[in-house]
Design a binder for this molecule. Structure first.
Ligand SMILES: Cc1cc2nc3c(=O)[nH]c(=O)nc-3n(C[C@H](O)[C@H](O)[C@H](O)COP(=O)(O)O)c2cc1C
Length: 253
C-alpha cells in the first residue's frame, strides 16, 4: 500500500501514519518529478483548502498516473467543504480514466488562522475521537470497501471554491515582523519552495498555496496574517514533530 499525503501543520501526516504502508510526501514527488505510482492499494490524504484541495495537489492530480486496484481519498477539514473537495478530486481522476473506489473525511483542528483563534479552536476540538474515525476508515480500506459519498454541500454559489480561494488569498496577506531570527524554518516547511531569506528576512515568491505552514511553525511568531484573531496562538498536530513536517515539505537543499 502506498499512502501519498500533503500536510502543513501535521493533521494529514498523522492520518497517513495510521494506515501503515509506504508514506510518500506529494511535495517530494513533485520536487523529484515523479508522477508514476503503482501498487495494489493507493491512498491520497490531503487537507481541504477553500472547499477544494491545495493548488499543488490539484496540479499533481492532473498529472499523476496511478495504476492500482483500489484508490482511496481521505481529506481532513475543520468546518465544511470536505465533500466538495473530494468530489472535485474524484471528477478530475474520472476524467483522466482513473477510478476512485472510496472517499471519506476526518474532522480535525482548523488551522486557517485568519478566521479562528487557535487556542479556542484547539479547545473546541479536544474531545474529537479522531483515532476512532481513522480506525473505521482504515477497516474500510483493508476490506477494500467501495464507498463514495457524493453530496454537494455548496450548491448556492457556482464554483464556490474558486470564489473562496480568490477572495481569501486577496484579503489575507502574510506579513513579516521585525523579530525574525533568520532560523529559516519557514523556507524549510514551505511545500512550494516559495520562500527564501534575503537580507536575513523571508521573502515570498508567487507560488504560495496559502498553506500557512510558514506562519504556524515560525519560532518567533514574526510571521503573521493581517486581521488574525490571536497572533500568539499557533498550531502543530501534537503527535507530529517539526522535523517530520520539514522532511515532508522541504524543497530547498
Ligand atoms: C488556506 C486554508 C484553507 C482552508 N479551508 C478550509 C475549508 O474550506 N474548509 C474546512 O473545513 N477547513 C479548511 N481549512 C482547514 C484545514 O483543512 C484543516 O485544518 C486540515 O486538517 C489541515 O491539515 P494539515 O495539518 O495536514 O495541514 C483550511 C486551511 C487552510 C490553511
Amino acid at each position: 500500500m502506498k499512502i501519498l499525503y500533503y500536510t502543513s501543520t501535521g493533521n494529514n501526516l498523522f492520518i497517513a501514519k495510521q494506515f501503515g504502508g509506504d508514506l510518500i510526501s506529494i511535495p517530494q514527488l513533485v520536487k523529484d518529478n515523479e508522477f508514476d505510482i503503482a501498487d495494489d492499494t493507493v491512498g491520497i490524504i490531503f487537507p481541504v483548502f477553500f472547499a477544494t484541495s491545495p493548488k499543488l495537489i490539484r496540479e499533481f492530480v492532473e498529472k499523476v498516473n496511478i495504476r492500482t486496484d483500489y484508490l482511496f481519498l481521505i481529506t481532513s477539514y475543520g468546518r465544511d467543504g470536505d465533500q466538495n473537495a473530494l468530489r472535485i478530486m474524484k471528477e478530475t481522476f474520472n476524467k483522466r480514466g482513473i477510478t476512485v473506489n472510496y472517499t471519506n473525511s476526518v474532522l480535525m483542528v482548523d488551522n486557517f488562522l485568519p478566521v479562528f483563534d487557535m487556542a479556542e479552536e484547539i479547545e473546541l476540538k479536544k474531545d474529537l475521537n479522531i483515532i476512532g474515525e481513522i480506525e473505521k476508515i482504515n477497516n474500510d480500506v483493508l476490506a477494500k470497501r467501495e464507498y463514495i459519498l457524493d453530496k454537494e454541500l455548496f450548491t448556492d454559489v457556482e464554483n464556490i471554491e474558486v470564489v473562496l480561494e480568490n477572495t481569501m488569498c486577496e484579503k489575507y496577506r502574510i506579513q513579516v515582523g521585525k523579530d525574525c531570527s533568520g532560523c529559516e524554518v519557514c523556507t524549510k516547511v514551505c511545500p512550494r519552495g516559495n520562500i527564501e531569506l534575503t537580507g536575513e528576512k523571508p521573502s515570498f515568491g508567487d507560488t504560495c498555496d496559502f498553506c500557512l505552514g510558514c506562519v504556524h511553525h515560525c519560532k518567533t511568531h514574526t510571521l503573521t496574517i493581517n486581521d488574525e484573531a490571536n497572533p500568539d496562538e499557533r498550531y502543530r498536530n501534537p503527535n507530529i514533530k517539526l522535523s517530520e513536517i520539514i522532511k515532508s515539505n522541504r524543497q530547498t537543499i
